[in-house]
Design a protein. Structure first.
Length: 255
């Protein structure tokens, strides 16, 4: 499965050593090996090793990051997982169709699949770093899945999407989050400067803008253009347009 190396599975501050080990086993079962943990993970914990079984290599090679931003910095697309609905989560896509699209994008892009804590999943603070959201369809009476089970289901669907792909279409190469995120911050500051979004709650609109860019992806050239737009908006907001208006007005007087 050529696209497997393009996916990073990220567990955000997992609480159970057993879940970490079981998740490592799930990844090995489905052919993935990029395993990342946010926060100090008990990689050598007896329960983690026990649950990993023959995936002890995946467990031993897992990378630990201090925060979520660092864990996904080299990824073009970050996909958050959620079982809840409402608010920003209402834009989530069912896993199966999402897996097909993600497999196609993985031809030229590194993709992070982010899972939240066992007790509360991903909060809005973590979700704002994700470009897309996916949901695993479940019975409405009890939608919450065990963390390791969720990892297994997502990995399975991605493996099946790759297996079912009859042809590989060329997809554009998108920039990593470490490049797109600073641009989005500049864009937010520019939109605040012109009053398009409120300075006391810019994330309300920026989450939607991030999702728009996440669906389409951003190339290096597009990020360059958007950075230019943000600079120009700030320049106008700071009064730069008056200089142009004054020059034009002076020119008309001379004629």
């Amino acid at each position: 499965m050529a696209s497997a190396s393009k996916f990073a599975f990220v567990l955000y501050r997992p609480q159970s050593a057993g879940n970490i080990g079981a998740a490592a086993r799930a990844l090995k079962n489905m052919g993935f090996d990029d395993f990342r943990l946010v926060g100090l993970g008990p990689l050598n914990d007896r329960e983690a090793v026990k649950m990993a079984v023959h995936a002890d290599d995946i467990l031993a090679n897992a990378t630990v990051y201090p925060d979520l931003a660092a864990a996904i910095a080299d990824c073009s697309i970050a996909v958050g997982t959620t079982s809840r609905r409402g608010g920003y989560r209402s834009r989530s896509t069912p896993l199966r169709p999402a897996a097909v699209e993600l497999d196609a994008l993985a031809g030229t892009n590194k993709i992070a699949i982010v899972f939240g804590r066992e007790d509360r999943g991903l909060t809005n603070r973590e979700l704002k770093l994700c470009h897309r959201l996916v949901t695993i369809p479940t019975a409405p009476e009890y939608p919450s899945l065990n963390l390791a089970q969720a990892v297994m289901v997502v990995a399975y669907e991605l493996m099946m999407a790759a297996t079912a792909a009859s042809e590989t279409a060329r997809t554009p190469e998108f920039v990593a989050a470490s490049i797109s995120d600073p641009m989005l911050e500049r864009f937010a500051e520019a939109l605040v400067a012109i009053g398009f979004i409120p300075d006391d709650n810019p994330e309300h609109i920026m989450l939607a803008i991030r999702e728009i860019f996440g669906r389409s992806g951003l190339t290096a050239r597009e990020v360059e253009i958007l950075n230019g737009m943000a600079r120009q908006i700030r320049w106008v907001a700071d009064g730069g347009f008056r200089t142009i208006a004054e020059k034009r007005s002076a020119g008309r007087k001379l004629r």
